[in-house]
Design a protein around this ligand. Structure first.
Ligand code: UD1
Ligand code: MG
Length: 494
């Protein structure tokens, strides 16, 4: 956990405990994010498979803010749709700056009397604990605003924290407005603040925009409060946490920090990563203890891996549930699938949406399964397509079995019973049923239901000609010699 520490310059009176006060949160997320050069609003870009705005909301949720307001603008409808109706959104029609953005939340906070935590929708790596400490620090002084700052290696693009000239004086100067000296300041504004609600909206209504960007800067409120000795600053130690995403390069850096965090978390919970540098997790992934994750494994969406599994490597699982003790050999791709306890899948298998494998099922190389339930201990070990099927337990589906599920217009179901033996290179033309305990001979094309306990086969007699090979080779040799001679004649003429 990161710790925040109050800076010496904190001007306000000594701590007097942290009274339980109402807390509101305003997240500003209306900007387009021009520097991303994207058609998508910046806060809809993702790290760890979640949008930036969702990361921010996940960090504030445990603080139980009431109300929680998100200021939307650019692609407001898409952002609203993503957030659903649990979050209050207000519209900032024109993006006139961060101060103007917060002002749009005034009506939504009417009658609210307490502290307002303001966050930027493009600062996704802040931890709940940091926010809690910021609120506590704010409440332990008489400050009207407490800003969360951090020292960074490269302050370019951020607002700089300017201290002085007098004791405890504080202001923020934006990158675009900073003079040469100020540009060298490496303490930056994280864009996260705790305000006294009454001060916030009063001061916002008096904001001007005499600055390089002709915008209403929220950051100017720090100087406003400072003039009344009511501005405070707490400093974060981990600069990664305060990272603001303005460009694609920022996005990639934040992704890498998040991956380290996620993988670190699962290692602490008892998961082995053979090569943490090449594993890639989503924030929604859950992994059981004693599971081993090999190199180049990507786990997306709400993927849940059980205990004691082995994922050999180079696999991509999305929204997939894997039971305990399963073995996924190299090169497994899944999407919306379920894999039962102790099942074995791969190498090189493809489980598509609604593939549902029971316990100890074996799905081998070059097998694709879609929208099919496969009963316990059934095996399809080689080169198959199983789609829109219901397969019983303890059956063996031979190499090259194909369920022919699509007639060009509609999909049809195949039902295969328990303890069925299906020979290699068989096509089951759906809709069709193969009853319990039946056998289907290799090379069959099954178009009619197979009764339980019976053998089904196509009557294709095998024919043969003794001595055929010798005469074939002789004929072929003569044809080749003639062909070569003709080509040579052609070349000479040319
Ligand atoms: C802002 C801060 C800067 C700080 C940095 C931290 C200001 C003036 N500057 O700069 O001091 O170091 O964040 O990352 O506040 N937004 C709106 N409406 C607007 C403008 C912005 O909702 O009219 C939202 C954006 O969607 C974004 C956030 O406010 O989520 C920050 O805006 P951005 O343009 O990224 O500000 P920075 O230049 O990063
Ligand atoms: Mg920003």
């Amino acid at each position: 956990m990161m710790t925040t520490r109050k800076t010496k310059e904190t001007p306000s009176r000594p701590a007097r405990g942290v009274p339980a006060q109402p807390l509101a949160v305003v997240v500003i997320a209306a900007g387009q994010g021009k520097r991303m050069r994207s058609e998508r609003a910046k806060v809809l870009h993702e790290i760890g498979g979640r949008t930036l705005i969702e990361h921010v909301l996940a960090a504030v949720a445990p603080l139980r803010p009431d109300p929680l307001v998100v200021v939307v603008g650019h692609q407001a409808e898409q952002v609203r749709q993503l957030l659903g109706d649990k979050v209050t959104t207000v519209l900032q029609k024109d993006q006139l700056g961060t101060g103007h953005a917060v002002l749009q939340a005034k009506a939504a906070l009417r009658g609210f009397d307490g502290d307002v935590l303001v966050l930027c929708g493009d600062v996704p790596l802040l931890r709940t604990e940091t926010l809690r400490e910021l609120v506590q620090a704010h409440r332990s002084t008489d400050a009207k605003v407490t800003v969360l700052s951090v020292h960074v290696e490269d302050p370019t693009g951020y607002g700089r924290i300017v201290r002085g000239p007098g004791e405890g004086q504080l202001r923020i100067v934006e990158d675009a407005d900073a003079d040469h000296e100020e540009q060298h300041i490496d303490e930056i504004n994280s864009g996260t603040y705790c305000f006294d609600a009454a001060f916030l909206f009063r001061a916002l209504s008096q904001l001007g925009r005499e600055n390089a960007q002709r915008e209403y800067y929220l950051t100017d409120l720090v100087e406003t409060a400072s003039k009344r000795s009511a501005a405070s600053c707490v400093m974060l130690e981990d600069e990664d946490e305060a990272m603001g995403i303005n460009t694609r390069a920022d996005l990639a850096r934040a992704e890498s920090v998040l991956q380290d965090r996620l993988i670190g978390h699962w290692m602490d919970s008892g998961v082995t990563f053979l090569d943490p540098a090449t594993a890639f997790l989503s924030a929604g992934t859950i992994i059981g203890a004693e599971t081993v994750i090999g190199p180049y494994v990507r786990l997306d969406g709400a993927t849940l891996i059980g205990k004691g599994c082995v994922l050999e490597g180079s696999s991509h699982l999305r929204d997939t549930r894997v039971g305990d003790g399963a073995l996924l050999r190299w090169g497994v791709v899944t999407d919306g699938a379920r894999i039962g306890n102790e099942a074995k899948v791969g190498p090189f298998a493809h489980l598509r949406p609604e593939a549902d494998l029971g316990e100890q099922v074996h799905i081998g190389n070059f097998v694709e399964v879609k929208k099919s339930r496969i009963g316990a201990r059934t095996k399809a070990n080689h080169l198959s397509y199983i789609g829109d099927a219901e397969v019983g337990e303890d059956s063996n589906l031979g190499a090259g079995l194909i369920t022919c599920n699509y007639d060009g217009v509609q999909k049809h179901r195949t039902v295969i019973g328990n303890r069925v033996q299906i020979g290699s290179d068989t096509q089951l033309v759906a809709p069709v049923k193969v009853g319990d305990d039946s056998y289907v001979a290799a090379g069959s094309t099954i178009t009619k239901d197979v009764e339980s306990g019976s053998l089904a086969y196509n009557d294709k007699p095998q024919c043969g000609r003794v001595g055929w090979v010798e005469s074939f080779r002789a004929r072929s040799q003569v044809a080749k010699v003639r062909g070569d001679a003709a080509r040579n004649r052609g070349k000479k003429k040319g």
